[in-house]
Design a protein around this ligand. Structure first.
Ligand code: HSE
Length: 316
């Protein structure tokens, strides 16, 4: 018996890919999450001698390699701890597919990927346990244990954290639409973007958000992309966070003029995303120009669609 919930350790290597996500998705602060088809992180975990942990990061993004500071390895360790296997040793290689601090759930992709990879290695299938470990990884970076990005990364599609206390996650299969993402060349720390939010909001703002969030769910269930776009608004975080993204209003209005159904900020920003069913390249170019012309910012961009969640690509 290797550890209390794992009678034997069946595998020695797991490769997992883990997707970018858009948290909040308009009115669902800390509740809604949309999984993107791409970009994805790729995480390889190999079993090592008991108690040893090593992390290697490959690719162009610079993230911590200390096992207790890296969200992927930290979540893997937490998953092992949750199932009573804290002594398990592993080496982990991470190829980041997305820029950290961009508002596309980079830390969630790492933490969900790390937790799923370790679960695969240990033969654990308990999604609630995986979610809990992944959220601990999020907390390491963001300073708060929010479940919106990690839920969307683990379950895929559109997810709703319908009760944070009981970790109740609803899954909705979104219709097919285009998601056009513009990433200005600035970074926003989630921790900082949470600290600027007010302690309380007005009844008026709460009523607006409840209406929009309900409309969003109805539009998702009815699979109406145009309606989904109309509910991409928010009075809880967007008014404060828009100030951290120079040019946001100009980018929003350029995307709408080019045919977008709706525009918002991804998670804590600075990514700005639009949704549409057509005109994706026109919208993308309009967003890039608006960032340049209104704020002097260079922006990367891509077009994707809703995607499936974290995937075990190889297990041996
Ligand atoms: N819901 C979180 C926030 C997501 O908006 O702070 C952070 O990526």
């Amino acid at each position: 018996m290797l550890c209390c919930q794992v009678p034997e350790m069946p595998y020695s290597k797991a490769i997992v890919t883990s997707p970018a996500t858009i948290a909040n998705f308009g009115p669902g602060f800390d509740s809604f999450g949309l999984c993107l088809d791409r970009p994805r992180d790729r995480i390889t975990v190999r079993r090592m001698a008991k108690g040893r942990h090593e992390v290697r990061v490959v690719g162009k993004y610079d993230i911590p390699t200390a096992p207790s500071k890296n969200t992927a390895s930290y979540s893997a360790m937490k998953l092992a701890e949750l199932c009573g296997c804290e002594s398990v040793g592993f080496s982990m290689t991470i190829r980041k597919g997305m820029k950290p601090g961009s508002g596309l759930g980079s830390s969630a992709a790492s933490s969900a990927g790390g937790a799923v990879a370790m679960a695969a290695l240990l033969g654990i299938r308990d999604k609630e346990m995986i979610l809990e470990a992944a959220a601990m990884g999020e907390e390491l970076v963001a300073g708060s244990r929010h479940f919106d990005n990690v839920s969307a990364a683990i379950y895929g599609g559109f997810t709703v954290v319908s009760d944070q206390r009981t970790r109740t996650i609803l899954q909705i299969r979104p219709p097919m639409f285009r998601i056009i993402v513009a990433l200005p060349d600035i970074s926003v720390e989630t921790r900082e973007a949470r600290e600027i939010l007010p302690e309380a909001i007005s009844i008026d703002d709460a009523v607006c958000n409840v209406g929009w969030a309900s409309g969003m769910l109805h539009a998702m269930i009815k699979r109406n992309a145009r309606k989904i776009g109309t509910y991409l608004d928010d009075r809880i975080a967007l008014p404060y966070r828009a100030k951290l993204v120079p040019g946001f209003e100009a980018v929003r209005s350029a995307a709408m003029s080019a045919g977008a159904y709706g525009v918002s900020i991804g998670g804590s920003g600075p990514a700005v995303f639009a949704i549409s069913e057509g005109n994706a390249d026109k919208i993308r170019r309009a967003m890039i120009s608006a960032f340049r012309e209104s704020a002097g910012l260079k922006a990367d961009s891509f077009v994707t669609v809703p995607g499936t969640g974290t995937k075990v690509e190889e297990l041996s």
